[in-house]
Design a protein around this ligand. Structure first.
Ligand code: NAP
Length: 254
């Protein structure tokens, strides 16, 4: 296999959560560009249908699976449906996530539960459901979308949810290594999406972030998607149980 072929995902079958917009949408479309068929999970069916059309316009198959990832049974059912519709599952991207601009003191039990349910619990049980499908395909790759907040913390429980997700990524990578299932995470810095729209529009909040980012800018979702394509590919076969920072050097300098 040539090096450029080792970066392709031709014929691979992927499921991406949070695929209706932002980073998840960019990953779904980049996977299709790289040759993969993609099952798309989020709550907003109209947005998923738009992304499905974008995947199909690249000549790949798309499966729309609208659901709330807080419903673990629905997540497990979606993994099974993706496997049936696509004829197997090689790649799982746990990208659906929520963030609250609260403080540690103001955090409520309901907010705590929501953040942990979406950012951690859904990913854990999607992985559990995907494992037998990947094993049946001879192996697979799990990519969990974390955040620089996993290391730096955040003024709420978001950072803790991402730190736990990174730890679980390492646990699964170790346990499933014998089945040729690699588990990795990506920790993005500041990315231009709806999640950060309010933050990005406020110079008092965004300027200090840019000042402590070596690249001196925020990034576009495709820059996270580029890392996801690499990590999902054969070229990343020796990248296992680790976290890739896509943060413009913020972790290195802040
Ligand atoms: P976004 O634009 O707000 O998109 C979030 C995605 O998650 C949407 O597709 C949303 O779809 C889905 N989602 C949220 N709650 C859901 C639920 N209960 N059930 C199903 N789907 C749900 O956010 P983003 O910036 O692309 O973030 C994607 C991931 O990157 C998240 O895990 C986030 O923590 C992480 N991240 C982002 C940044 C950044 O700067 N943007 C930085 C570090 C890490 P629906 O609303 O249609 O359900």
């Amino acid at each position: 296999m040539s090096f450029s072929d080792s970066l392709r995902l031709d014929g691979r079958r992927a499921l991406v959560t949070g695929a209706s917009r932002g980073i998840g949408r960019a990953i779904a479309e980049a996977f299709a560009d790289a040759g993969a068929d993609v099952a798309l999970v989020a709550r907003t069916v109209t947005d998923l249908e738009t992304v499905a059309a974008a995947v199909e316009s690249r000549g790949r198959r798309a499966v729309v699976l609208p659901l709330d990832v807080r419903d673990v049974a629905a997540v497990e059912g979606a993994v099974a449906k993706a496997g049936e519709a696509l004829g197997g599952l090689d790649i799982l991207v746990n990208n659906a996530g929520v963030y609250f601009h609260t403080t540690v003191d103001d955090l409520t039990p309901d907010q705590f539960q929501l953040v942990l349910d979406v950012n951690l619990r859904a990913a854990v049980f999607a992985m559990q459901a995907a494992r037998p499908l990947m094993r049946a395909c001879g192996g697979g790759v799990v990519i969990n979308i974390s955040s620089v907040a996993a290391d730096k913390g955040s003024p709420n429980v978001y950072g803790a949810s991402k730190a736990a997700l990174e730890s679980f990524t390492r646990s699964a990578d170790r346990d499933w290594a014998t089945e040729n299932i690699r588990c990795v995470a990506i920790a993005p810095g500041m990315i231009d999406t709806d999640m950060e729209a309010e933050f990005l529009a406020d110079p008092a909040r965004i300027d200090p972030i840019i000042a402590t980012t070596a690249r001196r800018r925020v990034a576009q979702p495709i820059e996270v998607a580029a890392a996801a394509v690499f990590l999902a590919s054969q070229a990343a076969d020796f990248v296992s149980g680790t976290v890739l920072d896509v943060d413009g050097g913020r972790s290195a300098h802040y």
